[in-house]
Design a binder for this molecule. Structure first.
Ligand code: FAD
Ligand code: SF4
Length: 472
């Protein structure tokens, strides 16, 4: 511990009374302290924080992480304290540091972003929390009072894990059910390993289990265990089952052999590479193939970059608007371009061309598009073109696929299939559903969104459950 280091409790108390910190002598201090090269780089980055007094970064982060406070501690070399501050507000900082679209969130809001480039907040969060987990730097957890309550969580994705962590910190037993053989939801079975190494999730699982969270994997609620059983055995339930229905298009031959839906492709590849052996038949090997990916979001970028890693012959991404209108993170598009993906902008699919003999994909017919004044896509006549392909991956996004048994249990769902919570169903708790002791969050409430927003919902739900149970 250095002379500049303050205890966690003190920093947290100070946050409540002041948002401005004393940054005098920061540079001198950190020059003395650092020994490791990696830590040198991290502290230099962290010391770029101007302590602007208006923590826009913190407001823009959906978890409202104490970013300027932990940057200060990293700059001072107090990595352990920095990690403890990170973990105060974020149960999965090592994951957010890797997969958050920082260029749309915290780093976009950084005061120095426009002129000098943002402080690399995500990179610092990732590296410090990796150190935190490796060295077991979390504190005070054994001190949580143990209560008599038990909560069942359905879904071990980021929303479920966020909820479980918060409940465990408050002494409530959390039992998490998931149909997959590993925790993480889309963190494990969606986001490719080159963006999020799966051993990171395994380490977090170990940590959560040590905290007292119990996982019941390979267990599909509704099939392997009934919802009624969970309702009768637990004090509260948290639903965090995600959204898994692929958005499709009805162009001719879209069901042909060789057309693959994005999530099937990504899950099959992770399942194969990580040897989960969950659905071995769903593995698509695109080595030496001409691959076309339809779509312009982050999932499309995950598909093109996975196909590149499978050593596809050519990978072309086709998007019906221009590059600036792409919904995903610009950094991901940039990565894809650097890795050799070709992009065709302002083209829309017309039909899948198939081989008349074996009915498998030969390519895709396209038409050029322009954006009309009211931002609608208009196809241009006589602009048809053909792109050869052995495989076409469709990545048009996801819709809700609520389980049939939700309605049977008086859980209200909107016309898009999303669970309705909070004031919209006359509940003062933002994550509470129409059923009294059942809460919900993540993608199945807000629609396909982000890891960090799912975590935020999970924490919020846990806090609401804690209050609900204490008032019972
Ligand atoms: P999920 O992560 O979907 O978890 C739901 C869990 O519920 C699953 O494990 C599922 O098996 C389980 N489940 C469902 N039904 C049952 C049942 N009946 N019984 C038992 N278990 C059940 N976001 C980012 O911020 N950054 C990214 O880089 C990013 N990349 C993405 C890449 C892809 C390919 C996809 C599809 C999404 C990506 N996202 C990304 C979005 C992000 O992954 C999701 O918003 C987030 O995972 C939602 O969390 P969740 O907990 O609500 O649901
Ligand atoms: Fe930035 Fe995401 Fe970390 Fe928040 S959780 S500080 S948005 S990387």
């Amino acid at each position: 511990m250095t002379s500049k280091q303050e205890p966690l409790e003190f920093i947290l108390t100070k946050r409540k009374t002041s948002s401005k910190r004393d940054v005098s002598n920061r540079v001198e201090d950190f020059n003395e302290i650092y020994s490791s090269n990696n830590n040198d780089v991290l502290s230099q980055q962290a010391s770029r924080c101007l302590d602007c007094g208006n923590p826009y970064c913190e407001w823009k982060c959906p978890l409202h992480n104490y970013i300027p406070n932990w940057l200060e501690q990293v700059a001072l070399g107090n990595n352990q304290l920095a990690y403890q501050l990170m973990y105060e507000t974020n149960p999965l900082p090592e994951i957010c540091g890797r997969v958050c679209p920082q260029d749309r969130l915290c780093e976009k809001a950084c005061t120095i972003n426009d002129e000098f480039g943002a402080v690399t907040i995500g990179e610092i969060e990732k590296n410090i929390s990796d150190q935190g987990i490796e060295n077991n730097w979390s504190t005070n957890l054994q001190e949580a009072p143990v209560t008599k309550y038990k909560v069942a969580i359905i879904g071990a994705g980021p929303a479920g894990l966020g909820c479980a962590d918060q409940l465990a910190r408050d002494g409530i037993k959390a039992i998490v059910f998931d149909q997959y053989p590993e925790i993480g939801g889309l963190l494990t079975f969606g986001i490719p390993s080159f963006k999020l190494e799966k051993q990171v999730i395994r380490k977090r699982r170990k940590y959560l289990e040590n905290l007292g969270v119990e996982f019941k994997l390979n267990t599909q609620v509704g099939t392997d265990i009934t919802f009624d059983q969970l309702k009768s055995e637990y004090d509260c339930l948290f639903l965090a089952m995600g959204t898994y229905k692929n958005v499709t298009t009805n162009i001719p031959n879209i069901d042909a052999q060789g057309v693959i839906q994005a999530l099937d492709y990504l899950i099959g590849n992770i399942d194969h590479c990580e040897k989960f052996n969950y659905r071995p038949a769903n593995y698509y090997d695109l080595k030496d193939k001409n691959v076309v990916v339809l779509g312009g979001g982050d999932t499309a970028m995950d598909c093109v970059r996975t196909a590149i890693r499978q050593q596809a012959k050519n990978v072309t991404c086709i998007y019906r608007r221009d590059q600036l209108s792409m919904p995903g993170s610009p950094a991901e598009v940039n990565n894809s371009q650097q890795e050799g993906v070709d992009f065709l902008f302002n083209y829309s699919p017309v039909s899948v061309e198939i081989d008349p003999v074996n009915q498998s994909v030969k390519g895709i017919n396209l038409q050029q598009t322009i954006l009309s004044a009211d931002n609608k896509i208009k196809a241009l006549q006589n602009t048809n073109t053909f792109v050869e392909a052995d495989a076409i991956i469709t990545a048009f996004g996801f819709r809700a696929n609520p389980a049939a048994w939700l309605k049977e249990h008086d859980i209200e769902i909107d016309p898009l299939g999303l669970i309705i919570t909070g004031t919209k169903v006359n509940k003062s708790n933002s994550q509470q559903t129409t059923a009294e002791n059942i809460f919900a969050g993540g993608d199945m409430v807000r629609g396909a969104d982000l890891v960090v927003t799912a975590i935020a919902d999970g924490i919020k739900a846990a806090n609401e459950i804690i209050t609900y149970l204490s008032e019972k």
